[in-house]
Ligand binder design. Sequence first.
Ligand code: GLC
Length: 716
Amino acid sequence: MDFKALIEKMTVREKVLQLLQLEPTFFAAVEDEFNTGPKRRWQLSDADIASTGTVINFSGASKLHGFQDDYMRKNPYGLPLMTMLDVIHGYRTVYPIPLGLAASWDMDIVRDCTAMAAKEASYDGIQLTFAPMVDLVRDARWGRVAESPGEDPLLCSDFARASVEGFQGDLGEGKLAACVKHYAAYGAAEAGRDYNTTDMSERTLREFYLPAYKAAIDAGATTVMSSFNAFNGVPSSGNKLLMKDILRDEWGFDGVTVSDYAAMWELIPHGVAADEKEAAYLSMEAGMDLEMMTVTYARHLEALIEEGKIDLKQLDEAVLRILKLKEKMNLYENPYHFADEKKVEEVTLCKQHRDLARRAAEACAVLLKNDGALPLNKRKCKIALIGPNANTGNMLGCWSGKGKDEETVTVLQGIKNLIGEGRVGYAQGCEIGLTTTDESMIPAAVDLAKTAETVVLCIGEHKWDTGESSSRMDITLTDVQLKLFDEIYKVNDNIVVVLFAGRPMDLRKIKDRARAILCMWWPGTEAGNATANLLFGEVVPSGKITMSFPWAVGQCPIYYNRFNTGRPRSDDWKRCSCQSAYIDGPNSPLYPFGYGLSYTTFEYSDLKLSADKMERGGVIKAGVKVKNTGDYKAKEVVQLYIRDLVGSVVRPIKELKGYQKIELDKGEEKLVEFTINEDMLAFYGADMTRKAEEGKFRVFIGTNSDVKEYLEFELL
Ligand code: GLC
């Protein structure tokens, strides 16, 4: 298509409206109450709607043809709309929340799951997903940690890359355009309170928060979403440093930027724009293209251009980016982009998809504790399955697309599928949710617990208590769940806890008395089958947490790649004066980044380096032997950490620089090797240039970030 000629033909207003993104109801022919509400309030004419460029929250292959045909008939140039929706961790077949999926440390599974989601969604008429979300997170109080791959820049970057590859592929049939979000550093919300301000040095931004967005863009993400938060005083949608200097000029991103929902208008309550017109000005100056569900552009951009405050060229460039995005999706040739009702029927919740969702849930489950209670004996154990998360389809977590609880395998059903009906009893025990205090169901649960050999207690959070606008001041289990645990423990101390949550939780009140704790995150559509397979040892847990579990919420934000300080704590369990320490608890988390147990045991030995000096541009090989010393064939995530002992600025006490998920038979031993190169040692030094500085480095290879043994080498 000759975009230059088209843009020349379009009126300024028609161009401005290409930058608008509205909910589907605005396009409805009928004058429904919603239509006559905001549409009238926003003074949007039918001609305006006919020129609006994209639609959010549209889905339905059966509706798309009519919707698109009607729109294209009304559009002055016959241009197609582009449909966009949040497909975060599954469309109808829902797989684990990203904080869970990342805990698999398996990017093949991430790629396969996102490709599955893309197929189900694109056949159902969706063309772009507002994913992957790759905001690095360090504070479990923030509800949206559920959507993040965690606290490490390397792992977040790998997750970002694999997600874009899975969603987008060749952008052809069964594929979605990907929109990386929320740019930038939304996960650093002060006090873990959603939408709160973020403030950090440029070094922190570049070392920790930017790499994953960059990885998504380098993998070809077509779109970037600006975040709600103010970043160093300027909200992202109006932040030229982020949206232009770094994103466009430094990284060369030439795709589309889209605001988060109303985020451009929110420049007003943020206090950087006096009114909508100034919000429009600041957004356009920052290079914002698509305005999601507000009308600052639609109302004021023409005037800003007439007044010479915004150059028409800026508008034309934004319009060109959107027209090109539609071309990338081949919408001018095929405005339905392979939407196909028949294929929807074929692929949605098909066995292959359910199997993948189950395998993903199995691969990311983290065994936090096990004194030998697990795995349960499939043939003879008698179970009391208890808890508010034991027999519910409420297993999908936040942002679960079009997933339906009723299509979800409950834990009770999953256990029955595996061991039959006869040896599992069920009692709910209590409700879940922050406000529930009703203890009336506890006695029946206690009675059931008395009759069983093992209690499997399914607790955690309600899915609505994590995700957007679900920040918490306290991350413990609710009192009624703790009461349920206590009452059961009095009659049966053989308790296996299965945790369903969207964030690391403070488990201190149960961790010593529970015999085992299996974290399933929000596992998705195949929750019950995955949980049963893990409980009974059909599958051996291999997940590793990608976000530290705090010992107490007072430690937040807490993360493994911290700095040493000038007064490092000498003993985590003693009161230490004049050291960087709490007087009422440890500095260490309850469970560290990279932690996760197995039903087998692994022995690490013979750590070796190929040399103790590295020339500039050279490499060093680091190797360790890993042996399966237990009774189960199992997978282990072998992790490589490096510490730069002295730098021109303080350096983290450890940084993840590589990992390999390996499988070992009982008794099998493997040599696991990593190649360390100079770029792995580079960082933003005192002069803010990124390079490796000569000096000593420590190399750790272990089963989690708490690994102690190391060898040293020197970079010359
Ligand atoms: C929401 C979220 C964002 C989502 C967008 C569209 O407020 O912040 O992640 O993609 O709106 O639903």
